[in-house]
Design a protein. Structure first.
Length: 254
């Protein structure tokens, strides 16, 4: 839309002295702003931030714009401007398509009884240790709960989540009745250990579990569980696990 304004002005009005340079500045600025805002979403990996349809829509608009707005006798110039606008759009599409490839370069495989899971290298040591911890707890008949997320570990360890909500992301467990039911499910399980990660949620506008959301649930956990220490406290995986640390919390009144 920002690019369309100077483009329409250029197509409908005869150029005057100095206007060409002004138009160039406006168009370049608009393209830079549009590329930053529209083609580089801050949070990746979420389908709601996928901008492929927006890019296709922009391509359609730019290719159709000269035909709909061009003044008689100026079709060549209009199509040249439209083609120039397509260049950064095409480049942005290439960058967007190549972006996941850089993620794959850092991906590793975690082997388990449930199969192989691809995950970022920064999580490998922590997930490997967490899976072992949860499998050992399962064999002892003890329940582990993950806070606030990392739900994949339930599957890898062969455990059911102790609560109806298997993750605690902003807005999932609402205050009031649902929070009370979640606390009751924790007590009924009963949950012996918590594995607490450093996962935050800036994409929701409420980053911290227990501070920005679910404070009542977090208060209950703080009253009934104590921090034992890091999941990986020493050994060859200590440095690697510190890239995505988890802490172990244990029930104190059972």
């Amino acid at each position: 839309a920002v690019v369309a304004v100077p483009l329409l002005w250029a197509l409908r009005s005869p150029p005057r002295r100095g206007e060409a340079a002004a138009l160039l500045v406006v168009v370049v600025t608009a393209l830079l702003v549009g590329a930053r805002a529209g083609f580089a979403p801050q949070y990746r990996g979420y389908s709601i931030y996928y901008n492929g349809l927006s890019i296709v829509g922009l391509l359609v608009i730019v290719t159709r714009l000269p035909r709909a707005t061009v003044a008689p006798g100026r079709g060549r110039r209009a199509h040249a401007l439209a083609a120039a606008l397509l260049v950064p759009v095409a480049l942005s599409m290439v960058v967007q398509a190549a972006d996941p490839l850089t993620d794959d370069l850092d991906a590793v495989e975690l082997a388990s009884d449930r199969g192989r899971l691809g995950l970022p290298r920064s999580k490998l040591a922590t997930y490997r240790a967490a899976t072992r911890f949860m499998e050992e707890a399962r064999r002892r008949g003890e329940q582990v709960m993950l806070v606030p997320e990392d739900t994949t570990l339930y599957f890898l360890a062969g455990l059911q989540a102790p609560t109806r909500a298997s993750v605690f992301t902003p807005g999932l467990v609402t205050p009031g009745r649902m929070t009370e039911e979640t606390i009751a499910q924790i007590e009924a399980a009963p949950v012996r250990y918590l594995l607490v990660s450093t996962r935050t949620f800036p994409e929701y506008g409420a980053p911290l579990f227990g501070f920005d959301f679910n404070d009542e649930l977090a208060d209950h956990l703080l009253r009934h569980y104590r921090e034992v220490g890091p999941l990986v406290a020493s050994g060859p995986d200590f440095a690697a696990a510190s890239r995505y640390p988890m802490t172990v919390w244990e029930r104190i009144d059972r």
